[in-house]
Design a protein around this ligand. Sequence first.
Ligand code: HXC
Length: 467
Amino acid sequence: MVRMVTSDRIKMLFDEGSFIEVQAGVESRLLLSKDYNNNGDGVVTGFGEINGRRVFVYCQDFNVYGGSLGEMHGAKIYNIMDLALKSKAPIIGLIDSGGARIQEGVLALHSYGKIFNKNVECSGLIPQISVILGACAGGAVYSPALTDFVFMVDETSQMFITGPKVSQAVSGECIDRESLGGSVLHSTQSGVCHVTAETEQQVFIKVRELISFLPQNSYQKPPKGKVISTLETSETIASSLPGEIHKTYDIKAIIMSLVDDNSFYEIQKAFAKNVVIGFARIEGHVVAIVANQPKIKAGAIDIDAADKIARFVRFCDCFNVPIVTLVDVPGFIPGLQQETLGIIRHGAKILYAYAEATVTKITIIIRKAYGGAYVALNSKSLGADYVMSWPNSEVAVMGVKGLQALKSQKSQSLQCSNVETNSAAAYGMVDEVIEPKQTRQRVYDILLMLENKTEPLKGKKHGNIPL
Ligand code: HXC
């Protein structure tokens, strides 16, 4: 693997000539070794601009003690995080580190503890992004786990609590570093990684793009993108929808015809693919999209999908990104495996996250919304601001199969409780039944209508979301 040097990484991240380095002269108090170029104790910190907006950075240098974090290296990192907080601007960590510096012992651990504390202080106030650029272990993966978005580079980045050598010594498990913590594992199975790229060059392009959707801090709204002069009603939006209710289709085709051209930025693309999440723009206004993906597991909710949605909704609520939820859901996935792993606990996260969110929340019921999953996915009862449905979509306590199973077990007949959304509209659960081609226009109307929405902060320390 060819590593880029820190100066090249910083150059690729920022607008040309905008970077200003801070605390370049800091050195380790313990390791003033003649054999090593101490080089700012192995981390470059500073600030610069991304598309003209201020962003702070720290960039670890693997060539100095494997990028490991000692006392002063850590002090530089939390100093730059502090400056980011005061400036109310995002912080990006370019991480390439073997974790706590063995030679500095508990001083290194103490420094990590202070960084974790600062990560939590920043959480929900400024966006925090971690870009993993090598084999990272210990504290070098715990700090990213506390941040909002983790980027990895294929076959270059790895993340593990303990590296392969220690794993083998302790448990006898012999495994290579890519299998233990590569981008494939973390983007498809663990869910730790939010965005992957094939090369370092591409990862910086993707980070810059993500920044374009985010406000500088929780007091601001996301920046408005290029305004498209005419709002074209999309005639094509319904064409990907099959006639039959149980046939599959690709929700991404619907998302693409709802949002501005090429504006959809998907998050956790390869993890829990039964739901799709990401940022996009509608007439230049940044929105978050949450959608079921009928193509995978019929779009039903399982544990990973619940975690994926809940964390994203909470991020959007922190940073004032309106949430548009596209619902086509048969329910939660039933069965022993999901119950054993705690679908109750994980599914509850979606309920909590939507109910707690005070940002603008819009729902569109595309085809069906059954049972608990209907309630969970930003229903009116949970606090949606505006719920729309396409004609003939169904809202019901459960799907037909579930009802039939219950009927066959009981002597008294159960009445089929499926209702068309016209009835849901009559009960006030749906604000408006719209034609598919009206969707983009109406979402835009509601975004503008709720542009000034604010809700007072709740008078409590914090809630207790199920984790
Ligand atoms: C000091 C370290 C270091 C560390 C690497 N180096 N990690 N020095 N402290 N934590 C040094 C190596 O000694 C070596 O120095 C140089 O960096 C390059 O390392 P290599 O091992 O040769 O590189 P590579 O083969 O690419 O392997 C990278 C690695 C491996 C996978 C990261 O170095 C590794 O497993 N390191 C230890 C990882 C670990 O277990 N960290 C946990 C720390 S505890 P020379 O002089 O030989 O070139 C922790 C807890 C924090 O972080 C608190 C959490 C709550």
